[in-house]
Design a protein around this ligand. Structure first.
Ligand code: ADP
Ligand code: MG
Length: 697
């Protein structure tokens, strides 16, 4: 690459960032890696906060607590170490106008390298009154005066990006913000829509965020509830909703080729298969699914149902319909343990009516794959081994995915691609608050199992500090002596599963020694499949009475006779995960108990456990989890394929999500109208690039 300076041209919105002063090849590359290629990309790098420099004061003018912007010279800067290890304080004064104001910073030792006594600075922050009644500035943002960009106005402060610090980002913004006027980004939303919601146009909104006018409402800006932010939020959510609808319409546009035979005979087969009477909710959902199967477009349905609500039997009925119609079906689960359990159940349920094969990492051998391709299996149950390249179906018509939240959209599409427009049913036991469901699964029809099978008693839940562990295990010993079966769950403590397995073995040994009167076993993901299978069978039959396990039992494991659960280090689990774990007990008619042992609690961990102890309903728990953790964490890293929202916040902007959803429904059928052409073009190109690549053609 030549080191010649880039040509001096007027910046346009699509100009590459190396045209900016201060951006060399290296920075350009780092920015590109962070998703910033052009001037327009950088314009979406929004401020972290805004400083009010409309009134810059001398230290002499600061006469009461509150938020102040102060210009002066630093004096008496010194670093103080405290008794708490690693905790440092920088103290000093800022002087000017014949007065001095004390300043204190916590844990910012680097200030000592950056600034020295006598430096002229601009401080922005809170002034408080100390116990002695003196005023003191508390951890203010500090800029050297010469680089502060002068006084006046409301000044945006940017988050660092690609290793470029806030001040340097601010200087880049000086160059790109004028482009908003010179070459404004294209407006995708029709004026009529913006007018309906009283929102500004895109360029205007971006300008108001980067360079708020002197009359701007700082509180609203900080809360992202000003019209400018709401314009970006609405636009982002509207595009996303339209993408999901467009995606759905593409998927169901092509009629499926396969047909199911649903007649008196298959109904009788279904009745004979059922080991119990379906709940009202199960009947309703089965009807919804059968309706989809009989439709001309492929089914795309999400089945939500709390742990234990009985999703498996619903899926089994759909699988039976496929098999008795001479079609193949797949049932994919996230763990080998769960796949093995489903395989066991389905083999029993479908005996004599369907040939069921197991496809996991340790079982999907060449013979089995050949049999599947030849149509010798009607139902393939497995893990993601099912979506490997070597797995071929003869006529895959129905794909069921259990615990969908453990998979990404990409994996769903890979399974779909194993057939020709197969019907798809995805199931999840993580109830998703509506706001998230709309964002994640807006392209799916939704069914909800909102009724538990009869005879369940709520699980008595106790939150107990680790200091009372011995007492808890004594009670457990008593319950075991009376015939109970129990899970003891440990979190994955180490980064590596191997280390974790080792430490689990160790802790497990202690627990098992204490409970030596009852046969027990340790179960974790590193055990060979055959060994896991043997242990699960033994626990199911009651030969083993205590299962010391990692969260491998979190999803789907179903042993109705288990009525006790002890969760160790419960503070390490998320709320949804705790709820899933607890769902392993209380599945039969016996009264069940779950004891969450915890160590030191952070504030949020304390709140989580409080909610866990009192809430029973998975949807309520999911809502609470969303409030406590925020959507990013709730989805976890497993949610590959979830579009990242740049501005919108699913909690704070929930109301706007509903508005965008309603508008998208109204607009989608009209996307070909000229007024909507720019929006339609964006949505369609996004759908093609973001989703179609997974579809396998
Ligand atoms: P989940 O929705 O968590 O996957 P499962 O399908 O594993 O739940 O069902 C939980 C338990 O409830 C299983 O033991 C299952 O056999 C039982 N079950 C499901 N539906 C009914 C019903 N209608 N009546 C009685 N028991 C049921
Ligand atoms: Mg299940």
């Amino acid at each position: 690459m030549s080191a010649a300076p880039p040509p001096r041209v007027a910046l346009r919105r699509d100009s590459p960032l190396r045209f900016l002063k201060g951006v060399g090849p290296q920075r350009a590359e780092a920015l590109a890696a962070a998703g910033c290629h052009s001037v327009e990309d950088l314009l979406w790098h929004l401020p972290l906060r805004w400083e009010d420099r409309r009134r810059v004061c001398a230290p002499a003018e600061v006469d009461r607590p509150g938020s102040w912007t102060v210009r002066g010279r630093l004096a008496e800067l010194r670093l103080l170490r405290t008794r708490r290890r690693g905790f440092v304080i920088v103290r000093g004064r800022v002087a000017g106008g014949g007065a001095q104001l004390p300043v204190v910073w916590f844990n910012q030792p680097w200030l000592m390298d950056r600034f020295a006594d006598g430096d002229e600075v601009l401080l922005f922050g809170n002034v408080r009154a100390t116990e002695g009644g003196l005023l003191e500035m508390l951890s203010p943002a500090v800029h050297g005066w010469s680089e502060a960009g002068g006084e006046g106005g409301i000044v945006a402060v940017y988050p660092a990006v690609a290793g470029i610090g806030p001040a340097a980002v601010g200087r880049l913004m000086e160059q790109v913000v004028p482009v908003l006027a010179a070459d404004p980004p294209s407006e995708l939303l029709p004026d009529s829509l913006l007018a309906a919601w009283s929102l500004p146009r895109l360029a205007e909104a971006l300008l108001a965020i980067h360079r708020p006018g002197p009359a701007a409402d700082l509180g609203a800006l900080a809360a992202r509830s000003d019209p400018a932010h709401l314009r970006l939020v609405y636009g982002e959510l509207l595009e996303l909703q339209l993408e999901l609808m467009e995606l759905r319409s593409r998927e169901i546009r092509v009629e499926k080729r396969h047909h199911y035979r649903i007649d008196e005979e298959s109904r009788r087969a279904a009745r004979e298969m059922l080991p119990f009477r379906l709940t009202g909710a199960q009947k309703r959902v089965v009807r919804e699914i059968v309706g989809d199967l009989q439709g001309r477009a492929p089914m795309l349905r999400l089945l939500q149902g709390d742990v234990g609500s009985g999703k498996t039997i619903v899926a089994a009925l759909a699988l039976l319909i496929a098999a008795t119609s001479g079609l193949q079906a797949a049932f994919m689960a996230p763990t080998e343990l769960l796949a093995e359990q489903h395989f066991g159940n389905l083999t029993r349920l479908l005996a004599g009516r369907a040939r069921v094969g197991l496809f996991t990492g340790s079982s999907a051998d060449a013979d089995r794959r050949r049999a599947l391709a030849a149509g010798e299996f009607d139902v393939a149950v497995g893990t993601h081994a099912l979506i490997q390249g070597g797995v071929v179906f003869r006529n895959l018509a129905l794909a069921v995915i259990d615990e969908q939240h453990r998979f990404g959209v990409a994996q769903r599409r890979l399974l779909q691609a194993k057939g020709e427009r197969p019907d798809v049913l995805v199931m999840t036991a993580t109830p998703i608050p509506r706001s998230l469901a709309l964002t994640l699964y807006g392209d799916l029809e939704q069914s909800v199992l909102d009724e538990m099978p009869p005879g369940r008693t709520p699980v008595a839940t106790e939150i107990v500090p680790g200091s009372r562990r011995a007492e808890v295990y004594r009670r457990l010993r008593g319950a075991l002596a009376a015939g109970a079966r129990a899970y003891v769950v440990f979190p994955l403590i180490e980064e590596s599963e191997e280390v974790s397995a080792a430490s689990l073995e160790q802790m497990g040994t202690r627990v098992r020694d204490f409970l030596a009167d009852s046969p027990s076993a340790v179960l974790h993901g590193r055990l060979p499949a055959a060994e896991r299978d043997r242990i699960m069978r033994a626990f199911t039959s009651g030969e083993i009475r205590v299962l010391v396990a990692t969260t491998v039992i979190e999803v789907g494991v179903d042993v109705p006779e288990a009525t006790w659960m002890v969760i160790e280090s419960a503070e390490r689990f998320g709320l949804a995960q705790l709820h899933q774990l607890r769902g392993r007990v209380g599945r039969g008619s016996g009264a069940s108990r779950c004891i969450a042992l915890h160590g030191r609690l952070s504030e949020t961990a304390g709140r989580r456990l409080e909610v866990f102890a009192t809430a029973r309903d998975g949807f309520a728990i999911a809502e609470a989890d969303l409030q406590i953790r925020g959507p990013g964490d709730l989805l976890g890293t497993r949610q590959a394929g979830v579009p990242k929202l740049r501005v919108a916040d699913l909690i704070g902007h929930r109301e706007w999500l509903e508005r965008a959803r309603a508008d998208a429904r109204r607009l989608q059928p009209r996307l070909d109208e000229p007024e909507l052409a720019p929006l339609a073009a964006r949505v369609r190109s996004r759908v093609s690039s973001r989703y179609e690549s997974f579809a396998g053609g």
